[in-house]
Design a protein around this ligand. Structure first.
Ligand code: MOS
Length: 770
C-alpha cells in the first residue's frame, strides 16, 4: 500500500525536500558483486534497428490523414511593438486553413502564464502569428504574404547595458535583474581564506552562448477525436506537457494523451509544452484536421533556448602544501527575455573540494534575445571550466602536480550539505584515468612535432544524478511468459528503453526478448519524471524493480497452488534461472512459462514505486577527464588528440549505452571548448549563426580518440539498483581538461571560450618562447 514520506531530491544543483507517495515494500538492493545475467552486460539497444533503419517514429515523422502544417510568423526585430497586421492576402491563398494573431486571437490567450501574441516582442523570433496550410509550400507563401507593422524599439544585448539605469525592458513588466542579490552562498569567510593563504590566484573567464542543436527540432503534432486530444511532442516530459496543455485548454487531464515515442535528442530545452504545442492543438480543433508544427532549423537555433554566456572571476587561496584556504567564484550571466537556463555556476565550487572558506555569487540579467534554457549540466559546465582552470593555475603557482593538488583537497563528505556521500569514488576515477593516459610519465613523451606542441591536462566533475521519487511502474505478466513494463519516462536517446528492459528481465528471470518496455506515452503508463537532470535511470529503474518483484510474488503465490503447496509462504520459493523452486525440497519446481501458461487468460498486473532517498546521505556522481592536445604555434590551431573520461556513477547497468552517453558528453564538451558559439550582431541584436553551418558543432573529423572508463561499483545506499545518472556528467569537465592541456603545451592559459585560433594566436605571439 502506498504511504506518504518526506525525502530530499537533488535536481540540477538544487536540493528540494518533497512530500512524496512511496510504496511500503522495501526492495533489497542488489549488492556489490551480485551475479547478474543481464544487468551490467553490454546489451544492444532494444530499439537500435528501428532507429537506424528509420522505422522508429519521431514526432517529426508523424503523418496523419488530412494533416495540415502549421508555423509561426516570427519577429524580425530584437525588440519591437506590433502596430498592425494585414493577413488579407495570406488568408485568400488557396490551401490556407487558418491564421491567428493578436488582432485575430485563438480561443486561448496563453500558456503557463505567458501571453501567446503580446503587443510587445522582446526578442528576435518572438511569435507574431500562427498559420496553418495544407502543405509546406502554401504555408511558406502565406507567411511571406503576411504584412506586419512594427515599431522598432531599443534593445539590450549585454549584462552592463541590461542592468544600467533606464535600460530598455527585456520582458513585460519585469526588471532586467533576475538575481539582483547574487544568490550568494558563503561558508567561512573570504578574509580568513586570504589570511591563511601562502599563494593566491585570481583569474577572469568568459564562456560563450552555446546552442543545444537537437538533431530533431522541437515540435508537436495534434489530433482531436471528439473531445480527446492526442499530442505527439518531442519532449523530455510527457506528463509535464500533459498538465500544462490540459491547464491551458481548461480540459480534464484524461482527455489529453501525450506521446513521445522516439526523441531526436533532448538536452534540457525540451522540457514541456510550448506555444507551437498549444497552437497545434487549437488549430487542429478549429479546423477539424490534425496539425503538425515542427520548428525549422533556423527557428530551432533562434527560439529553442541555449546555455547562457557567462563572465566569471575565480579567486583561490592555498597553503604552500596545496591545502585550499579559499574558493571564491563570481559570475554574471545573461539569460534572455524570460530568464531560465540554470544559474548554478557555483555548484562545483561549493562541493568539489574540502575548503572552509567558500563564497559563490551569480547575478543574472535579462536581455533582448530568446530565453536561455537548461542545457546539459546547466551552470556546472560553465562553472567547472573556470574553477578547474583556476585549480590548474594554482597547481602551477605552487609547483604541484595538478592531480596531486586535487588529492590534497579530496573530501569524503559533502561540504555544502555536511553529510556523508552515499558513495564517492572520485579517487578511483582519478586513478583509472591517470593510468590510462599515462599521466605520471606524460612529460617523458614526445612534446614537439615541427610547429606543434603537445600537452596534457585534466579536470574533475561533480554532479547530482541521484534521482528520487515519485516514479512509478506497472508490469503485466502475460500467459506466454512475456512481460510488458510501463513507465512514464521518455527515452531521449540515452537508451532508457533498453536499460529498463534489462532491469525488468533480470528481476523477472526472463530473457531480454521477453520484455517490452513502453514509455513516452501518458495513456498506458503511470507517472514518471521528466528525463532531465540525469535522473531517469536512478528514479525509474528502482520503480521497475519494485513492480517486477511484486509481479513475481503474485506469480509465485499462484505457482504454489499449482504445485499443491498452497500452505507454503511465498518467501520459501526461489526463482532460479527460469524456474520457480521450492527451497525446502528443490525437486519441486515449476518452469516460469508453465506457471504463466496455467494462468489461462489471467494476467498478473503489478505496480511498483521508487522508494525515498537516504535521509542522511548526499547522492552525487563524480568523474575526471584527461586531455591530450597539440597546438600549432604558427597558426594557433588546436587539435584534441585524446580524451580519457573516467566516471563514477555507481553500478553501470549497460556499459554499451553508458559508453555512448560519455561519447556524446565529451563531443558536446569538445564543441564548447573549441568551436561552438552563438553570435549576435551587437548593432541589430539579430543572430548571425542561426544554422548549423555558421554555428559549428564538432564534425566526425574533429572527434579525438575517446577512452571511456567506469569505476562501476554499485552505490547500494543510493537506491535498490545502485546506479546513478550519466546524462550530464560527461560534458562537465571536458572544456577545462582541454584548456589545461593547452596551457601545458604552450604555457598560455586561455580563459575565454571557445579556444579558436583567433583567440589562441595572439596569446601565443605574446607568450611563447621561440
Ligand atoms: Mo536537464 S539540462 O534537462 O538534463
Amino acid at each position: 500500500m502506498p504511504t506518504i514520506r518526506r525525502t530530499k531530491v537533488e535536481f540540477e544543483g538544487r536540493i528540494e525536500e518533497r512530500e512524496v507517495i512511496v510504496e511500503e515494500e522495501h526492495v533489497v538492493p542488489w549488492e556489490r558483486g551480485h551475479q547478474m545475467r543481464l544487468v551490467g552486460k553490454p546489451v544492444p539497444r532494444v530499439d537500435g534497428v528501428a532507429r537506424v533503419t528509420g522505422r522508429a517514429t519521431y514526432t517529426h515523422d508523424v503523418q496523419l490523414p488530412g494533416m495540415l502544417v502549421g508555423r509561426f510568423l516570427r519577429s524580425p526585430h530584437a525588440h519591437a511593438r506590433v502596430t498592425a497586421i494585414d493577413d488579407g492576402e495570406a488568408r485568400a491563398l488557396p490551401g490556407v486553413f487558418g491564421i491567428w494573431h493578436r488582432f485575430s486571437p485563438p480561443e486561448v490567450g496563453g500558456l503557463d502564464g505567458r501571453e501567446l501574441f503580446p503587443e510587445e516582442l522582446f526578442y528576435e523570433g518572438a511569435e507574431v502569428a500562427f498559420v496553418v496550410a495544407r502543405d509546406r509550400r502554401t504555408l511558406g507563401d502565406a507567411l511571406a504574404a503576411m504584412d506586419v507593422g512594427y515599431e522598432v524599439l531599443p534593445a539590450v544585448q549585454d549584462f552592463e547595458s541590461a542592468t544600467a539605469e533606464g535600460a530598455p525592458e527585456a520582458a513585460m513588466g519585469a526588471s532586467n535583474w533576475i538575481t539582483p542579490d547574487g544568490s550568494i552562498y558563503e561558508r567561512g569567510s573570504v578574509a580568513a581564506g586570504l589570511a591563511a593563504a601562502a599563494a593566491v590566484v585570481e583569474l577572469d573567464f568568459t564562456t560563450q552562448v552555446a546552442a543545444h542543436c537537437c538533431m530533431e527540432t522541437h515540435g508537436s503534432a495534434a489530433r482531436w477525436e471528439g473531445d480527446l486530444l492526442t499530442l505527439w511532442h518531442s519532449t523530455q516530459s510527457v506528463f509535464g506537457t500533459r498538465s500544462s496543455i490540459a491547464g491551458a485548454l481548461d480540459i480534464p487531464m484524461d482527455k489529453v494523451r501525450v506521446i513521445s515515442d522516439y526523441i531526436g535528442g533532448g538536452f534540457g530545452s525540451k522540457w514541456g509544452a510550448e506555444p507551437f504545442t498549444l497552437m497545434a492543438a487549437l488549430a487542429a480543433r478549429a479546423t477539424g484536421r490534425p496539425v503538425w508544427a515542427m520548428l525549422s532549423r533556423e527557428e530551432e537555433q533562434l527560439v529553442a533556448g541555449y546555455r547562457p554566456g557567462s563572465r566569471q572571476r575565480v579567486r583561490l587561496g592555498a597553503m604552500a602544501d596545496g591545502t585550499l584556504t579559499l574558493i571564491e567564484q563570481e559570475a554574471r550571466v545573461t539569460t534572455g527575455a524570460h530568464g531560465g537556463g540554470g544559474h548554478v555556476i557555483g555548484g562545483p565550487a561549493k562541493d568539489l573540494y574540502a575548503c572552509d572558506n567558500v563564497r559563490t555569487a551569480v547575478w543574472a540579467a535579462r536581455t533582448n534575445v530568446d530565453s536561455a534554457r537548461a542545457f546539459r549540466a546547466p551552470g556546472y559546465v560553465e562553472g567547472t571550466f573556470a574553477l578547474e582552470s583556476a585549480i590548474d593555475a594554482l597547481a602551477g603557482e605552487l609547483g604541484l602536480d595538478p592531480l596531486d593538488l586535487r588529492f590534497r583537497n579530496y573530501t569524503e563528505t559533502s561540504p555544502s550539505r555536511g553529510q556523508a556521500y552515499s558513495d564517492k569514488r572520485l579517487r578511483e576515477a582519478y586513478e583509472l584515468g591517470a593510468e590510462r593516459i599515462g599521466w605520471r610519465d606524460r612529460h617523458e613523451k614526445v612534446r614537439q612535432e615541427g610547429p606543434w606542441r603537445r600537452g596534457w591536462g585534466m579536470a574533475s566533475q561533480i554532479w547530482g544524478g541521484g534521482g528520487g521519487p515519485p516514479a512509478n511502474a506497472i508490469v503485466k505478466l502475460l500467459p506466454d511468459g512475456t512481460a510488458e513494463v510501463m513507465v512514464g519516462v521518455q527515452d531521449i536517446g540515452t537508451g532508457t528503453r533498453t536499460v529498463l528492459s534489462q532491469v525488468a528481465a533480470e528481476e523477472l528471470g526472463l530473457p531480454m526478448e521477453s520484455v517490452r518496455c513502453v514509455l513516452g506515452d501518458t495513456l498506458p503508463t503511470p507517472f514518471g519524471p521528466g528525463s532531465g537532470g540525469s535522473v531517469t535511470l536512478a528514479s525509474a529503474s528502482p520503480a521497475v524493480r519494485s513492480a517486477c518483484r511484486e509481479a513475481q510474488r503474485q506469480l509465485v503465490a499462484l505457482a504454489a497452488v499449482m504445485m499443491e503447496l498452497e500452505d507454503v509462504p511465498v518467501d520459501r520459493f526461489d526463482v532460479v534461472e527460469d524456474e520457480i523452486v521450492y527451497a525446502d525440497d528443490p525437486a519441486k519446481r515449476l518452469p516460469l512459462r508453465e506457471a504463466t501458461a496455467k494462468m489461462g487468460n489471467y494476467m498478473i498486473v503489478a505496480k511498483g514505486a521508487r522508494g525515498p532517498n537516504p535521509d542522511d546521505r548526499a547522492v552525487n556522481t563524480f568523474g575526471a577527464h584527461f586531455a591530450q592536445v597539440m597546438v600549432n604555434t604558427e597558426t594557433g590551431e588546436l587539435k584534441v588528440e585524446r580524451i580519457v573520461a573516467a566516471h563514477d556513477i555507481g553500478r553501470v547497468v549497460n556499459p554499451m549505452t553508458a559508453t555512448s552517453q560519455v561519447y556524446g558528453g565529451v563531443i558536446f564538451g569538445l564543441g564548447f571548448a573549441t568551436t561552438e558559439q552563438r553570435v549576435i550582431d551587437p548593432g541589430t541584436g539579430l543572430q548571425l549563426t542561426a544554422n548549423l553551418e555558421d554555428y559549428k558543432v564538432p564534425l566526425g573529423i574533429d572527434v579525438p580518440k575517446i577512452d571511456v572508463l567506469f569505476v562501476d561499483e554499485a552505490d547500494v545506499s543510493a537506491n535498490s539498483v545502485g546506479s546513478k545518472g550519466l546524462g550530464e556528467p560527461p560534458i562537465i569537465p571536458t572544456a577545462a581538461a582541454i584548456a589545461n592541456a593547452v596551457c601545458d603545451a604552450v604555457g598560455v592559459r586561455v580563459t575565454d571560450l571557445p579556444i579558436t585560433p583567433d583567440r589562441l594566436l595572439p596569446l601565443l605571439q605574446q607568450e611563447v618562447m621561440p
